[in-house]
Write a protein that binds this ligand. Structure first.
Ligand code: SF4
Ligand code: SF4
Length: 526
């Protein structure tokens, strides 16, 4: 079995190696026909830009996007500078240079990668999936009987912040930096999934399709690992199936199929303020222009945030969303599972968490109020501040850097719920409801607790579960996402996730300290 695992690891690394090399290889040559079409599609009016690209790019071969991209950026910058100087604002091109390079690269791909999409898919995704499964499946035998399977987790390089963890960290952070800030280097990745994209949406793949597809693949493979590891716990099996279903069907397939049907791209489970641009002017206009389906989405999105989400949190706690439905939670619970022990349990982290997550919520709500005011009054400035610059700041700092680069890239070092714990404004909102008006609690059978600390160690939200268990107190914390892992790793069956009457839900026990407590007084009080 160990040999199969090792073969799997080698196959996986070959697939990953080829995938990682793709951004810097490949040949590109833009034809005049393709460029003319690009000019037409993007309504480019700058003759300076057109002639620069025709002279320096069209018909010329380039090795890798690293040689094509700077020429496009340079031509765009020069043309825009000149047009602004001449006050020819209609000729200014507002597309970002890396987006322009991405569009050109997509049309200009020639050679082995662009012409052998199926084979390249197999050599990257195919080998990756095959290798990962060969590595994971022998665990059915190797892990032995059902039960808690965390032996040696602090002795493994990959799960104890060793060099493998740091390599994973570097890979994930670089991957997100490319996706968000340098999509031109993802062009070769898009070729791999073009055939799949054509089948689902009828369009060639963009870098966000690559991301969506990869997200589903990674979650599926890591879900297999979850099924094997937590096969003693039915809650984990069902919950893992649920997040997988919502990711593949709701977040990936339905929005792509909607595009094929000429409808707006929309993920029906993505609630505001996690879906922070739902009320942005461009989205509202596009929904209003899309007729009845657009209006339905508008009503659904608003109801989801204001009614459905809080009502469900009242009955089931925020776990129904964060651990059963949400895509960010889904990735954290599958890809991030090997790293959950890294969540910090210090008091300092708890303070940072409360300030940060509620700060992001205030930021998101403030930005949305500005946006709505701007939309209805048709002004771009509120109290002297440009709405667009607030939106851009939020998109960059929270939407891209916090949720993407840090939120996932930091899994191997800071644990799997960095974003959910410290940054997600929806989690902060749900947390309020869970803390003050919900039927959810984790009950603790304190008499059975042996203080092993498994629960606290594997709580991804940094909650000191053991402290509650030792006192026999119910755990009612706004940050608890109800993943149920504390219960799954408790060797004594102390913890139980329950929904019940609100009355008596919060049951703090008084702690008696030192000799200055009059015990008789306390007893008489009771
Ligand atoms: S307290 Fe338990 S259920 Fe809640 S987040 Fe921590 S591990 Fe998950
Ligand atoms: S509740 Fe369970 S896992 Fe937590 S310290 Fe007690 S025995 Fe250990």
């Amino acid at each position: 079995m160990k040999t199969i695992k090792n073969i799997g690891l080698v196959i996986f690394l070959i697939g990953l190696g080829i995938f990682t090399a793709l951004p810097l290889i490949g040949t590109f040559s833009l034809s005049q026909l393709d460029f003319d079409q690009l000019v037409l599609d993007n309504r480019i009016k700058s003759e300076l830009f057109i002639s620069a690209i025709e002279n320096d790019v069209v018909g010329k071969p380039f090795d890798g996007m690293q040689s094509l991209s700077p020429i496009v950026a340079n031509a765009l910058d020069k043309a825009n500078t000149q047009h602004r100087k001449n006050k020819e604002y209609k000729k200014v091109i507002y597309t970002k240079s890396h987006d322009m390079a991405t569009m050109m690269g997509k049309r200009a791909g020639t050679g082995f990668i662009a012409e052998n999409k199926g084979l390249m898919w197999f050599l990257t995704f195919g080998l990756g999936i095959l290798g990962a499964l060969l590595y994971i499946l022998p665990n059915v035998v190797l892990l032995g009987q059902k039960g808690i399977k965390n032996n040696g987790i602090y002795l493994e390089n990959a799960t104890n912040r060793g060099w493998i963890a740091w390599m994973v960290f570097i890979f994930l952070v670089s991957f997100y930096l490319i996706l968000y800030f340098r999509p031109q280097y993802a062009v070769n990745w898009t070729y791999l999934v073009d055939p799949i994209s054509m089948k689902i949406s009828g369009n060639m793949a963009g870098h966000w399709f690559v991301y969506g597809f990869m997200y589903c693949v990674v979650m599926t493979v890591m879900a297999v690992r979850m099924y094997i590891k937590y096969r003693h716990n039915i809650y984990q099996m069902v919950r893992t199936t649920s997040v997988l279903f919502f990711q593949i069907v709701f977040a990936f397939l339905i929005p792509e199929i909607m595009v094929r049907l000429q409808m707006p791209y929309y993920d029906f489970k993505n609630a505001f303020p996690l879906d922070y641009d739902f009320f942005f002017q461009w989205n509202l206009r596009s929904l209003i222009d899309s007729g009845s389906i657009g209006l339905f989405i508008l009503v659904w999105g608003t109801l989801l945030t204001l009614v459905i989400v809080p009502v469900m949190v009242y009955f089931f706690g925020k776990r129904w969303y964060c651990s059963w439905v949400c895509g960010c939670g889904g990735l954290a619970e599958t890809l991030g599972d090997p790293y959950r022990q890294h969540s910090s349990k210090t008091l300092f982290s708890w303070k940072v968490e409360r300030w940060l997550v509620h700060g992001v919520l205030v930021f998101a709500v403030g930005m949305t109020l500005m946006t709505l005011y701007s939309f209805f009054t048709e002004t771009g400035i509120v109290l002297g501040v440009k709405t667009a610059s607030v939106q851009n700041t939020y998109s960059l700092l929270i939407g891209s850097i916090f949720a993407g680069v840090i939120g996932t890239g930091f899994y191997p070092i800071f644990g799997n719920r960095v974003w959910c714990r410290f940054g997600c404004p929806l989690a902060a909102y749900l947390g309020f409801v869970q803390r003050f008006k919900s039927r959810f609690r984790i009950t603790t059978n304190g008499g059975q607790c042996i203080s092993c600390g498994n629960c606290s160690t594997y709580c991804e939200q940094g909650i000191d579960v053991r402290a509650y268990a030792q006192k026999g107190e119910n755990i009612i914390r706004s940050s608890c996402v109800g993943c149920g892992i504390c219960s799954a790793v408790c060797p004594r069956g102390v913890l139980k996730l329950e929904n019940g009457p609100e009355k008596g839900r919060i049951n703090p026990t008084q702690v008696l300290l030192g000799n200055d407590v009059d015990l008789m007084h306390l007893v008489n009080d009771k």
